[in-house]
Every structure is written in C-alpha cells, then in structure tokens.
Design a protein around this ligand. Structure first.
Ligand code: ZN
Length: 262
C-alpha cells in the first residue's frame, strides 16, 4: 500500500519561514516556456548538478529495506518511503523519475554534468542518507530533490523546502540553499503557472530540520513539492506530459538562475 502523504516526513514543520524568504523572486526571468535550451541555461554549462527524484518504484515491495531506520541527525527516520499517488494511481516515484529524466536531457544539452540518485524507477531506495551522499561525493554545484505531495484534497499548489540551521551540519548550506530555493520558486511559478501552496508553508516556502536529505547535504540543496497529487486540479496537470515538460524546463531554469549568481 502506498502511504497517503508524500512521505518525506509528513510532520508539521519545525521551523517557520523567515520574512526575508518571502521577499523578492517575483521578477520574471528569461522565457521558461520554450523546450529549447538556447542561452537560457548557459549558466549550467560545465557544472555538476544533482537530481534526486524522490522515492523509487519498487519501494512498496520492500518494506524490510525502506522501513529500516537511518540517522537524519535530528531524528531517526525510515531509509525511504513509498511516496504518494494520484487518486487514479499515477505514482509519485514514476512522476519524479519522469521529471528528472526530462531535466537531465535539458541540462546535458546545455553542457551540465548530471548526477542522479537512482538510474530507473524499478529499484528500491537509496536511503535518504545515501541520496545526500551522492550529491556530496559529486561535489555538485546544486541539488534538487523532486517530489509531489499527498496533501489534503482541497489544497493546491507547490512549495519549496529549504534546510533549516542544524548546528554543526547545515550552516554552510543554509544561505546558498535559500537562494537556490527562491530562484526555483520564481522560475517554477513563472514557467508552470502552478500556484504557491494553499495548505502548507508560507508563500510557497517551507523550512525544515527533519529531512535527512538536507541535513546531511554539503551542497546547496532544496526539495520541491511540485504539486499536490491528491488535488484533482493539480493531479490533472501532473499527469499531463506537456505540463511535466514545463515543470522540467522551469526547474532547469531555476537551477541556471541560481548558478548564474545574479
Ligand atoms: Zn515525496
């Protein structure tokens, strides 16, 4: 059985967003609607980028693996979770892998070196700790964990999850990750038209200290819940290949904006 929530924690956020995280980022960037990369993604050329598509397609078959606890620093958590799905059975791991593959094509065409945390959607794991380590070992310039939420049916929209300060661990990445998250928020809403979440976070931003994938990261990294799979309007969009291409283009644009250092 699949869990009802996205499964990256499902808890009330421990830290509320700061006011500064809600400013700016409404300016539009270069066009994100085209599927051609052109110069829009020039800043990714030569950069190592971590793509972490959430969950994995066979996780649900192997609870003995994914339910094993790992150290998320602030708490013990399961190695991984199954993820959520739409009411008619489009699964989050299939969705996140599809987005990552689309992004990899765009980024590689623009000259980036893409590192993925899983090669397909048929496996189990890796654990959240390993997902962080993969980006760390690659010394990626930026990383993004791609998810879709299993929120309340009445709630719409996306939100970006930023790492909170975890003493002795995340201090070096909190500020660059915040910039990355704000660039992704701006590019995502411009490129997809998806609204900011109506049911969690503030202005499309949440800050959490309970995610091992962020707490162990030594590279600038955020999670994005790209929509709510349990909301009919969002689900229809997430199931659309045309919309998923917009998602991929927008997220690549956000990465490029961050890497351009503007
Ligand atoms: Zn998820």
């Amino acid at each position: 059985m699949l869990t009802a929530a996205c499964g990256i924690g499902g808890k009330t956020p421990h830290v509320t967003t700061t006011s500064e995280a809600t400013t700016s980022s409404t300016e539009s960037t270069t066009s994100t609607t085209s599927t051609t990369v052109g110069g829009a993604l020039a800043a990714v050329d030569g950069k190592v980028i971590l793509l972490d598509p959430g969950h994995n397609g066979a996780n649900y078959k192997h609870p003995e693996v994914i339910n094993k606890n790992v150290d998320a620093i602030t708490e013990k958590k399961p190695c991984d979770t199954t993820g959520t799905e739409t009411n008619d059975g489009y699964t989050e791991p299939a969705y996140t892998f599809d987005i990552a593959v689309r992004m990899r094509s765009l980024l590689e065409a623009a000259g980036a070196h893409v590192v993925m945390t899983r090669p397909d959607n048929a496996g189990v794991g890796p654990c959240i700790t390993e997902r962080a380590d993969i980006g760390n070992r690659a010394h990626a310039a930026a990383g993004i964990s791609i998810h879709a939420d299993g929120g309340p049916a009445s709630g719409r929209g996306f939100h970006v999850i930023l790492p909170a300060v975890v003493q002795g661990h995340t201090e070096p990445i909190v500020e660059p990750s915040r910039r990355l998250g704000l660039d992704l928020r701006a590019a995502y809403e411009t490129g997809t038209g998806m609204p900011r979440s109506t049911y969690i976070g503030k202005d499309g931003i949440d800050v959490r200290n309970d995610l091992g994938g962020l707490n162990w990261s030594t590279i600038p990294k955020v999670f994005i819940e790209t929509g709510n799979m349990r909301n009919a309007t969002d689900a229809a969009l997430l199931k659309s290949p045309d919309f998923r291409q917009k998602v991929a283009v927008a997220l690549c644009q956000g990465l490029a904006d961050f890497l351009s250092g503007r």
